[in-house]
Design a protein around this ligand. Structure first.
Ligand code: SIN
Length: 538
């Protein structure tokens, strides 16, 4: 067996176990909504490595895209998504996304989510980059928190759902190409445990922590994508990393998002000299697709050797800003920036991973019973660049699809699972200074695999990452810092390899040495782990 198949040495015979019909990994919008969509006759566990209220979804500010206006339609939402995706979207998946958006939003309202309203019967709609219509519903500038708080309070009332916090999932257990359970580490008791199940839903979010600056929380280390990879699940499109154009640039905070909705309400970008510049880069100016705006800012920063640019919304009143963007207004003020009077210093930072676990519209992967949903999944809806505010929507629509499909697989399965694994790799060396390695990897990724890439930089990054990867293969992983470091290094290596293979520029993947889109030779990067059987082709 591959010496790196699992993160730790273990013998299933010596571990406690519990059975669940479904195990969901992750407690963001995709995980919790999927749990709510699974019929209540099934026993479900949600495992989350922190507390249930910590996720990337909670931090989402702008809103959720849905065509509700009478001048809008799923067809126009489809068109905008495909345009932003730079020719790489899977049209079948996008149709599901746009056609099933409204019914899932209705469901959120029934769960008590309070979106801002124009009137008791009508939700307020704003605009974000590359949308041709106003179609972003929102709850002030803390939409993710409002949605997650409500969904979490509903899921806590479900008798069939068990929530296990501070439970880190290390690896997936499979037999003959089918899912049999997972191996977890319970932080409070420092014990390893097996969760036996025929169905695992991976909803662990993205992996922004492979970069120095990201809007993602500390937990976004791509654990789900890595455990999938180690088990032979196919990954896809990893080279496409979205950098959000406007993240606060302040000595004490370089990760706080200044929502695209601020530009949606008219804010303009100015370079370090105070000049507007977006018209030179795209006809949609400040509301061009995100990859275009991030590259334009990067270029202005390069041109004038500045560390940031400015976002200007000083033409709106203090009262308006306090009311429409209360969280952004307050946070900026904490750093001495009054956005009704001052320009906000901003720079791009990592925000979202378009790639992930290759899945179909029902979340199915090539391992029977292993599903993926949300940012950890890749069913092709985002293509090479995600359209703003399609990500919370993705968690809802495909969480619903998985919930509706899962009964079919559970009902034909035996509840008694016996899996026997005795994995002894005898990795004994100690990890020295894991935090320092993590920081160095983040620096290498930021410098060489960021907004603009080239062959030389990618090669340099690959050389360093190969060394770290090799070195970490002989060490003993003992705690969450070690598990996360392994995942950060593995993912960085896979992102670099995918970026090297794509010798063209497309969406968020821009190569200065291949600065054109190659529409003739384009292909998808699908990563298969060698030597694993593929049970189910999707
Ligand atoms: C934002 O508010 O700018 C982020 C929304 C998104 O990432 O879709």
């Amino acid at each position: 067996m591959d010496k790196n198949r699992y993160l730790i040495d273990f013998n299933t015979e010596h571990l406690e176990n519990e059975y669940y019909d479904v195990v969901i990994i992750g407690s963001g919008i995709a995980g919790v909504y999927t749990a709510l969509e699974i019929p209540e006759e099934y026993k479900v566990a949600i495992l989350t490595k922190e507390t249930i209220d910590i996720s990337n979804s909670v931090l989402a500010q702008g809103g959720i895209a849905v065509s509700l206006d009478e001048e809008d339609s799923p067809e126009l939402h489809f068109k905008d998504t495909i345009y932003a995706g730079a020719g790489l979207c899977n049209e079948e998946s996008v149709w599901v996304l746009v056609n099933e958006a409204a019914s899932n939003i209705k469901c959120l309202c029934q769960y008590g989510v309070n979106f801002d309203r124009k009137s008791p019967k009508e939700l307020s709609l704003t605009r974000e980059g590359a949308h041709s219509k106003n179609r972003i519903i929102h709850a002030g500038d803390t939409t993710g928190k409002e949605v997650c708080d409500k969904l979490t309070s509903v899921v806590r009332t479900r008798n069939n759902v068990t929530i296990r916090e501070r439970t880190f999932v290390l690896d997936l257990l499979t037999e003959n190409g089918a899912c049999k359970g997972i191996l977890a580490y319970e932080e409070d008791s420092t014990k390893y445990k097996l969760y036996l199940t025929n169905v695992v839903v991976c909803a662990t979010g993205g992996f922004g922590q492979i970069y120095e600056y990201t809007t993602n929380p500390e937990v976004a280390t791509g654990d789900g994508v890595c455990l999938a990879y180690r088990a032979g699940v196919e990954l896809m499109d990893l080279e496409f990393i979205q950098f959000h154009p406007t993240v606060l640039f302040h000595p004490e905070n370089k990760s706080f998002l200044i929502s695209e909705a601020v530009r949606g309400e008219g804010a303009i970008l100015r370079n370090i000299h105070g000049d507007r510049f977006m018209a030179e880069y795209h006809e949609l100016e400040e509301l061009a697709p995100r990859d275009v705006v991030s590259r334009a800012i990067f270029e202005e920063m390069r041109k004038y050797k500045s560390t940031h640019v400015y976002l200007d919304i000083t033409f709106k009143s203090k009262e308006y800003l306090e009311n429409r963007f209360p969280n952004i207004y307050k946070t900026c003020l904490n750093y001495g920036i009054d956005m009704s009077k001052d320009y906000i210093p901003v720079a791009p930072a990592e925000h979202y991973c378009m790639g992930g676990i290759r899945s179909d519209v029902y979340g199915r992967t090539n391992i029977l019973g292993f599903y993926a949903c949300g940012e950890s999944a890749c069913n092709g809806i985002h293509g090479a660049n995600r359209l703003a505010s399609n990500s919370l929507l993705e968690g809802l629509v495909f969480g619903h699809k998985i919930g509706s499909e899962i009964g079919n697989i559970i009902k034909n399965r035996e509840k008694k699972i016996h899996i026997s694994v005795d994995f002894q790799s005898n990795r004994k060396e100690q990890i020295k200074e894991p935090e320092a390695i993590k920081k160095e990897v983040q620096r290498i990724m930021t410098e060489n695999v960021g907004i603009i890439r080239n062959k030389e930089g990618l090669h340099k990054a690959k050389e360093s990452l190969d060394k770290y990867y090799k070195m970490l293969q002989s060490v003993e992983n003992k705690n969450i810092t070690h598990f996360e470091l392994q995942n950060i290094v593995l993912l960085s290596k896979l992102v670099i390899e995918s970026a090297m293979e794509r010798e063209e520029s497309r969406g968020a993947h821009f190569r200065s040495d291949y600065n054109k889109t190659d529409d003739i030779n384009w292909r998808r990067n699908i990563i298969r782990k060698r030597g694993e059987s593929i049970a189910q082709s999707i």
